[in-house]
Design a protein around this ligand. Sequence first.
Ligand SMILES: [Zn+2]
Length: 126
Amino acid sequence: MSKRRKKFACGHLGYGRDCHRCEQKQALREEKRQEKNAWQETFSKDPIDLSSLPRNVVLKARQIIYNIQNQTSYTNFRGKRLRHDRFIISIPVTRNYRLICRDYGSFVAPEAVVSHEDYNVCKPGI
Ligand SMILES: [Zn+2]
């Protein structure tokens, strides 16, 4: 094995058989891909679909859902019943998103996370 620096096909200079700079880049890309897959996989554990939402909204929504499913009252999260449908509870997640839950009497179940715009369109009169 030659110790002399050589030029790889990619254009980088270096030692050895393969370009370490490109190998590193490839490894980083692979790591990012796995990280993304791991993130995608977490959605399969959610009771409702959160996959189209921004990351911070997903994390906050999960926290609220978890608490509500473990007997914490929605009022702890400033949740309110809708005026025109008392079985629907709206809980603010972030400034722009709300978690919509349905009250089944003995428990409260999450139904969807909606953006502020969607919310105003499909739930008029609140
Ligand atoms: Zn290279």
